[in-house]
Design a protein around this ligand. Structure first.
Ligand code: GRF
Length: 203
């Protein structure tokens, strides 16, 4: 399967995907295209270093432009790896069951519009939660609300601040996301017509 990635930031999740599909999961998929709405995004530098084609999404709300970029790359699976924009509904429809997102909390808690980056981890701390985690889910028309593919717990430790907690959660993202992408790319996990996730992650 040909995998495209949208990323807004430094791209450490993208790097985890690059490493995974260059190694153990090479037969499950190949990363073929990386785009960002920010031409200065570190994720694009990582893609270039890995000799992966890159693009810039000039207008994140322009579904035709996004679809033509993804079609040019012959995209089978689309991964949002730290992508901060809402994917237009037409793109979600065109790629139903083939768009994944990683969120650094246990959805439906601590998710939705406005809940991104350090705000998430600060909210977890402010609520006194003792457990947080990572969610990988199929993307629907709303932020962070698609059917969940997998989750993994991350402990909140005494003395944690948002920076320390974010780093601990990020390490788990780097492990969970590639496994979920490989499972969807290989067909081991599918989004059924019933809107439920079928199959499971072998971890
Ligand atoms: C991570 O915190 C991730 O949880 C969120 O956006 C950030 C992306 O980080 N989705 P990176 O660009 O993958 O390093």
């Amino acid at each position: 399967a040909r995998i495209s990635v949208l990323a807004s930031g430094g791209g450490s999740n993208l790097q985890a995907l690059i490493d995974h599909f260059a190694g153990p999961a090479a037969n499950a998929g190949v990363l073929t295209f990386v785009a960002s709405e920010r031409e200065s995004a570190g994720a694009l530098d990582r893609a270039r270093s890995a000799r992966i084609a890159t693009g810039v999404v000039d207008e994140p709300n322009d579904s035709d432009a996004i679809l033509s970029l993804l079609d040019a790359a012959k995209t089978d699976v689309l991964v949002l790896a730290g992508y901060l924009k809402l994917v237009p509904a037409e793109v979600v429809r065109a790629f139903r069951g083939r768009i994944l997102n990683v969120h650094p909390a246990l959805l439906p808690s601590f998710g939705g519009p406005g809940m991104y980056g350090m705000r998430i981890h600060q909210a977890v701390l402010d609520h006194g939660a003792t457990l947080t985690g990572v969610t990988v889910h199929f993307v629907d028309e709303h932020f962070d609300r698609g059917p969940i593919i997998a989750q993994w717990p991350v402990p909140v430790l005494p003395g944690d601040d948002a920076t320390v907690l974010a780093a601990r959660v990020l390490r788990t993202e780097h492990r969970l996301l590639p496994l979920c992408v490989a499972a969807v790319a290989s067909g081991a996990i599918v989004l059924g017509e019933d809107g439920r996730v079928h199959g499971h992650l072998d971890i």
